[in-house]
Ligand binder design. Sequence first.
Ligand SMILES: Cc1cc2nc3c(=O)[nH]c(=O)nc-3n(C[C@H](O)[C@H](O)[C@H](O)COP(=O)(O)OP(=O)(O)OC[C@H]3O[C@@H](n4cnc5c(N)ncnc54)[C@H](O)[C@@H]3O)c2cc1C
Length: 314
Amino acid sequence: MPIEQKIKQNIILAPLTTFKIGGPAKFFIEVKSKEEFLQALDWAEKEKQDVFVLAGGSNVLINDNGIKGLVIKISNSNIKIKGERIECGAGANLAVAVSMATKENLTGLEWAVGIPGTIGGAIRGNAGGYGSNIGEIIETVEVLDARKNQFLQFSRRDCEFNYRISIFKTNSDLLIWQTTLRLKKGRGDEIKKEINKYVKIRSKTNPKLPSAGSIFKNINFKILNENNIHLAEKAKEEGVVKDEMVGAGWLIDILDLKGKTIGGAKISLEHANFIVNTGKATAEDVITIISYIKQQVRDRFKVQLQEEIQYLGF
Ligand SMILES: Cc1cc2nc3c(=O)[nH]c(=O)nc-3n(C[C@H](O)[C@H](O)[C@H](O)COP(=O)(O)OP(=O)(O)OC[C@H]3O[C@@H](n4cnc5c(N)ncnc54)[C@H](O)[C@@H]3O)c2cc1C
């Protein structure tokens, strides 16, 4: 089928996000093969349309007025286990990868249980939890360089992973197509025990209402210490410094902002770094509450919070 016939128009994006917020994509395509991916980029160039990538939609806030351009949903979701390696399409569900690794007694992905979204989205943001992140288990990533229209192989080092950062975040021409993860053989009972531990923690801390995960990045302890030595000491005393980081939620919680509501957006009662959609939240409500939190934290603690979520269409 010619690419023009695969491109849909005015597709509402809210249902494709975990926040359930966002207007329509002017143009929308789901790509499952490399050929479709290249053809879609080619079409966008000819039609002078900006390109936006959407995957699991679990780390994004989409404009209420939608996205004026071509939204490409990367949907190559194949997963193959080869010994201690897992080959995954960028559109593969992280949860499916965790469950397949567990069945094969492969260890290294337990921390990811309960994180929604895809492998591609996880790589771009170097998703992580409980002291681990996906960058640590990447062997290679196959990337489409949208500027050169060429697929390239990246090693882990090429990906320049850091806390919630990768080269894919700093260079939006680099689109993740597939990856090989390197895990290790482990003991089935130990892997299941770890998984159960994280499931239990998440069931207490992750809100049930729609959200986009942590809104803000956690804060580097060194930076906190430079900006506000008293707060840094308090963090140490309370034992909330983990891996040299302090949770953004801890600061928001001290300000007693849990439950604060603007329109349909509310700071979660379960976890102060989550904003939930109570039913009819708009992107504007979320942005207003984000600005409010940032201002409160800045005024009170002299700390500048940075968003972990990605804005699309603003
Ligand atoms: C309840 C809940 C709990 C969460 N817990 C965690 C957690 O513990 N740790 C954590 O790190 N995150 C967490 N998140 C956030 C989110 O799930 C992860 O960041 C996830 O990896 C995002 O993947 P996604 O497929 O949904 O990406 P999307 O939200 O679709 O996209 C995120 C960004 O990546 C870009 N992108 C997506 N795919 C590609 C690709 N193939 N190539 C290039 N760019 C791409 C998009 O353009 C966008 O800018 C949580 C979210 C929720 C809702």
